[in-house]
Design a binder for this molecule. Structure first.
Ligand SMILES: [Zn+2]
Length: 1165
């Protein structure tokens, strides 16, 4: 109850805060929402004629001319009113762009270009060859043997030696002691519980204790906790003290994300959300700009992370959890500090300076130097009587005059040894651990004892050492004063898969709690759709100012839940059961908030001008994706059509920056229906019985799938409608699926007569095929498992599908758990029933094969294999949906899905990194099986000279390619044991889960040459078709059903004049704040775009006809309502805003991400 009240209060305060910082969205030149048919495929007679479309648009434009005056008057009134209340006037920002902070985010600005000129992209990092890599991670993996020799006191290293003469009075050893406390926003306790019982006290003590000594310092990372303290408990006095400590540089906020995000499962779009959410909080509440990143606990480090940090304007970063053997390798050549470069960057523009911690852990025993037995004695929280001890047997001693000399010399020796692993004389010594400094006496013990040591060492000239408390920034500043950037090596690649000791590889968490990993992606899609449509409503002035704040508030709340879940014990699935439930309930609420926002914003966009008297609770549409519970697969609405309401409209929203065409399926109550396009013309549709069941299959009563092709422009809303029709008359537009049922002896099939049903009496003994119209054809085994994919031009590619299962080793301290994957050997076949129930439904647009695979005492799996007849995407694509539950009686089992092909990829395969880019991987025989699993946040492929198999996933999971021609994806894991990494439980809370995959077979189009060689051959690219499939999977069309039909808003809203399939609208925030140099705050909107590079070898000309790509120049006014003079280039999270973008023209290199700040602040009078 208490927590609930806390949380309610917190949100209430947030809402008040939002309203308090009101600003005015005004004076935007009103723009006509224009509907432009972009690159429509006109050859298909199904689609309405171009002429009628034009007439339609003309009418609409006239309609708008009529309302323009009205709206303008209304808006002017609002402006006047707001201006009075808040004493704001017109901005002079665009006249004085020099006033904005100058900042070089990613090197030089691209040359200014004009739209009509051919764009020169030769300056782009991906097109240059000027940089060389010193350390390429995949090459290192090829080179080293992964031996695990006992290194003595530094078990995973060696005996470090040094000479006293290395240092002199002019060349002292500089040591920075950096006190820190690692606070997980949810792990063993929920986020709120941790705050209440531990974190709150850390803040209270922080402001008190840091003021006691002049030289005391502290660093803090997690803004989710800081913001909670700020809103709930911090007194005015404490806030002032905290601000002063920040200003004095005694507290540094490191990274400043909402959480310290997981780097394996998190999608880069969610990482942006969590970073921006934290940075925006810092800007608005503290006017603070973080500069250095601190990631000590994520379980392996991704190469996408340093790129995003670079884009925020960061200068330095720190990482910790890296394979012990890799650490040793880098330490031997003093390469633990390096410039981390993107694989595709040939110019060095993306370099992020990175410090890697050298030892086993970030706790004190593994931070001061190589010997944990000694370092532990300098963790003064472990002084006898405080409840924490040193497992190495020697307890710390309080520093007194009598022992200070001996103690000082002991720790100085460790620091000197640590310095041998780096290239400078500056040593970083992090002093902290999980939830440290929560008690007042811990502050006293740590700081007072170190103050004595510092005094003693600094006054002993013979030691040539200078020790001080420092922040991370103090360390990096001293380091860069001593060293040049050119002194450091360049590294490319990433740090997966992490092992901390022995063969303990952390590849289990790629898959743990997959239901919630899936929910994470669903919420990401909703947050994006909600923020984009809100921004469209705000910028087009469809909503009033007050309503825009209400929408913003709910989007922000959802965003914070998404951000919280990016924590390295959230999306990783490594928290305790009750914490998992707490996260899941937050995700569920966030999904509902987004749905509510989307339907309201959609209504206002369709019903311009804005209606008055709206409330937050208004429901205009139901979103066709019903989430009942936090642990249940969502269901779809059954659209009830009867004599009372014979017709329903379905509004579709496309939150992607490109026009899409796909086969949409809704559920209707009657098979006697017809479908109409946005112009009211009837279109072809397919009716299919609904196959249901979780263990046995069956047909649902009075429910039918209605499938039809839809086209929705970029960032647009469009309306299709479904009507009941006379059941007696023949309808040439509607087709009924042909049904085949196998191995279902006891069924009596009761389907309406129009469905042709075939039900052979004999058991199915042969392969079966599946096809929709002239779509890709699938050949499946008698179990319904994929066997081959036959493209529409007749090419057959064998793709053999299996389910397999792993057990776990059961030795003490050697078993699988939430983090670790330690199988007891290669996978075993998952035992299938000899004759599973099988249903095949085929029609002109969609064909699906369902099979019920029940392995006795293993798992029940419903597999659905679907192919679509989508003329815009004529590629060999198959959709696979696994709905499954591992038998609760099973103790230890991991379920995987495996595809075997004849593709001659050898041991090479490619996986994505946070859904942003593809990286080359290799299977290594010298590594154990579990080391060969990698994160699969979104996509993987294998290829040879002629063909490629791409797998896209709806859920982040673990992936491997254990044999040539194979790809294997984990599905779920049920484990009875704890794996000794702190969570202290197994993973037994499995729920019925659904993953959807898309499998693509592509054939190389000759002539095809690969130019990527050497280190730069270590990345991969998706084809256009795979990219489109991936984007549409991540961002499904939102289907909105009219809650009531009395209102008749416009059928369409379309603003974007362009469609570019290679552009990813990563984020579009309706409200962001930026701080100017003089401390004043500007408000506006913020958007972030990425342009992807696509694989040309697998280009399919038929696809590029519909899905056109950009030339890298984006006229923002073609996409959104933005006054061109108000668009400014910005850093990723809006910490730094640079000059204006002339004509709102943004130039993007392939693989680049750029943000734009749209200033709508009115200057204070
Ligand atoms: Zn942690």
């Amino acid at each position: 109850m208490r927590i609930r009240r806390l949380s309610a209060l917190f949100w209430a305060t947030s809402i008040i805060a939002f309203i308090f910082i009101l600003y005015v969205v005004t004076d935007l030149t009103f723009k006509l929402p224009s509907i432009k048919p972009v690159m429509m495929e006109l050859d298909d007679s199904k689609w309405s004629s171009f002429e009628s479309k034009l007439r339609h648009i003309e009418n609409e434009l006239n309609e708008h001319h009529a309302v323009v005056g009205e709206i303008k008057t209304a808006m002017d009134q609002i402006v006047d009113h707001s201006a009075e209340n808040h004493s704001m006037k017109k901005p002079k920002l665009q006249k004085k762009p020099a006033k904005l902070r100058e900042f070089k985010v990613v090197g030089d600005e691209p040359p200014r270009m004009h739209l009509k000129n051919k764009v020169d992209m030769s300056y782009c990092p991906i097109n240059q060859q000027s940089s060389k890599t010193d350390i390429q991670m995949l090459s290192m993996y090829e080179r080293i043997t992964f031996d695990d020799k006992d290194g003595g006191v530094w078990k995973q290293g060696w005996d470090i030696e040094y000479k006293d003469t290395q240092w002199s009075s002019k060349n002292k050893l500089k040591v920075f002691i950096v006190p820190h406390s690692h606070n997980d926003p949810g792990w063993l306790k929920t986020f709120e519980n941790y705050y209440k019982t531990q974190t709150k006290a850390i803040f209270t003590n922080m402001v008190e204790k840091l003021s006691e000594g002049i030289d005391r310092k502290f660093i803090w990372a997690e803004i989710s906790f800081l913001s909670l303290w700020w809103a709930m408990d911090a007194t005015e006095k404490e806030k002032v003290a905290f601000q002063n400590l920040l200003k004095a540089g005694k507290i540094e906020i490191v990274t400043g994300g909402w959480v310290m995000n997981d780097e394996a499962n998190s999608h880069w779009l969610s990482i942006i959300q969590q970073l921006t959410t934290g940075h925006q909080w810092l800007t608005e509440n503290l006017g603070y700009t973080p500069r250095n990143s601190w990631a000590i606990d994520p379980f392996g480090h991704s190469s996408t992370q340093p790129y995003l940090l670079k884009l925020t304007g960061f200068e330095n970063s720190l990482i910790q959890r890296v394979h012990y053997r890799v650490k040793k390798e880098l330490a031997m050549d003093r390469q633990l500090e390096f410039k981390w470069r993107q694989l595709w960057d040939g110019s060095g523009k993306t370099d992020m300076f990175t410090h890697m911690m050298p030892f086993y852990s970030y706790d004190v025993p593994h931070s001061c130097g190589p010997d944990p037995k000694i370092c532990c004695q300098f963790d003064f929280k472990r002084l006898p009587g405080n409840g924490v001890t040193c497992p190495w047997g020697i307890a710390p001693r309080k520093i007194i005059q009598k022992n200070v000399g001996e103690r000082a010399s002991l720790i100085l020796d460790q620091w000197r040894k640590k310095a041998q692993l780096y290239r400078s004389n500056v040593v970083l010594f992090p002093l902290g651990d999980d939830f440290r400094y929560d008690r007042s006496n811990e502050w006293d013990h740590q700081y007072q004892n170190y103050e004595m040591l510092i005094d003693y060492i600094n006054n002993n000239d013979a030691w040539n050492a200078e020790v001080q408390f420092g922040t991370l920034n103090d360390y990096f500043k001293a380091l860069h004063e001593e060293m040049k950037m050119s002194d450091f090596p360049v590294l490319t690649g990433d740090f997966f898969t992490y092992a901390d000791r022995n063969q303990h590889y952390w590849s289990g968490y790629y898959t743990s709690r997959p239901f919630y990993k899936n929910m994470d992606r669903v919420l990401l899609g909703y947050v994006r759709a909600a923020e984009v449509i809100t921004s469209q409503a705000v910028s087009s002035r469809s909503v009033t100012y007050i309503l825009s704040l209400q929408l913003r508030d709910r989007v922000e709340r959802a965003r914070r839940s998404l951000a919280l879940f990016q924590h390295h014990d959230g999306v990783t699935g490594t928290a305790k059961d009750e914490v998992v439930v707490d996260y899941a309930k937050k995700l569920l609420q966030a999904i509902k908030d987004c749905q509510s926002v989307i339907q309201q914003a959609a209504y206002y966009l369709l019903k311009q001008p804005a209606i008055q008297d709206q409330t937050q609770e208004d429901i205009y549409f139901d979103i066709d994706d019903i989430w009942q519970r936090h642990d249940e697969i969502p269901t779809k609405i059954t659209i009830a059509l009867d004599e009372v309401s014979p017709s329903r409209r379905i509004v579709l929203y496309n939150a992607l920056a490109f026009k899409r065409q796909e086969i949409l399926t809704v559920i209707v109550s009657s098979p006697h229906v017809e479908v109409f396009d946005p112009e009211g013309g009837p279109i072809m549709a397919q009716v299919t019985p609904v196959v249901s069941g979780s263990r046995r299959l069956g047909f649902a009563a009075n429910k039918f799938q209605l499938s039809f092709p839809v086209t929705v422009d970029a960032l647009a809303l469009t309306t299709y409608s479904v009507s009941l029709r006379d059941s007696m008359s023949i309808n040439k537009y509607t087709s009924f699926a042909r049904i085949r049922v196998y191995n279902a002896d006891y069924w009596s099939i009761e389907l309406p007569k129009m469905f042709p049903v075939e039900q052979p009496a004999a058991r199915l003994a042969d392969d079966v095929t599946l096809q929709a119209g002239n779509s890709t054809r699938v050949l499946a085994t008698k179990h319904g498992l994929l066997k081959a994919i036959i493209s529409s031009d007749g090419k057959t590619t064998p793709v053999h599908m299996d389910y397999v299962q792993y057990g776990t080793q059961k030795m003490p301290d050697n078993n699988s758990g939430a983090y670790l994957f330690i199988p007891d050997g290669p996978a075993q076949q998952f035992n299938l029933d000899a004759y599973p129930e099988l249903v095949i439904a085929e029609g002109p647009f969609k064909a699906t094969l369902y099979t019920a695979l029940v392995g006795p005492k293993a798992a029940e799996i419903i597999l659905a294999v679907s192919v679509y007849n989508n003329p815009s995407l004529p590629q060999s694509e198959v959709e696979l949906t696994n709905t499954f539950l591992i038998d609760p009686k099973v103790d230890d089992m991991e379920l995987a899905m495996r595809f075997s092909t004849g593709i001659k990829n050898g041991d090479v395969f490619y996986t994505d990194v946070n859904g942003m880019q593809m990286i080359k991987r290799r299977y290594f025989e010298k590594l154990p099986l579990q080391a060969n699993f990698y994160p699969l946040p979104a996509a993987a492929y294998i290829e040879d000279e002629s063909s490629r198999l791409t797998l896209l996933t709806s859920t982040p999971l673990g992936v491997a390619a254990l044999q040539p021609g194979q790809i294997e994806i984990m599905q779920d894991r049920r484990l009875s044991r704890d794996d000794n990494r702190g969570v202290n439980q197994g993973v037994l809370d499995n729920v019925r889960t659904r993953h959807a995959f898309r499998l693509l077979v592509e054939h190389a189009a000759p002539p095809c040459s690969r130019s990527r060689t050497g280190a730069r051959g270590a990345y991969g690219l998706l084809s256009l078709g795979a990219h489109v499939a991936q984007q549409t999977q991540l961002q499904p069309l939102v289907a909105l059903l009219h809650a009531a039909d009395e209102n008749s808003p416009r059928p369409q809203y379309a603003r974007a004049l362009r469609s570019a399939a290679d552009l990813v609208l990563a984020s579009f925030r309706s409200h962001v704040a930026v701080t100017n140099k003089d401390g004043s705050t500007y408000h506006g909107m913020g958007l972030t775009l990425q342009r992807v590079q696509l694989e040309k070898c697998y280009s399919n000309r038929a696809i590029s006809k519909f899905y056109t790509v950009s030339d890298g120049q984006i006229q923002l006014t073609d996409m959104i309502d933005v006054p061109p003079e108000r668009a400014h280039a910005s850093s990723l999270t809006f910490l730094h805003v640079r000059g204006a973008l002339p004509d709102a023209l943004l130039t993007l290199c392939p693989m680049e991400v750029r943000s734009v700040f749209i200033n709508v602040t009115l200057k204070h009078a």
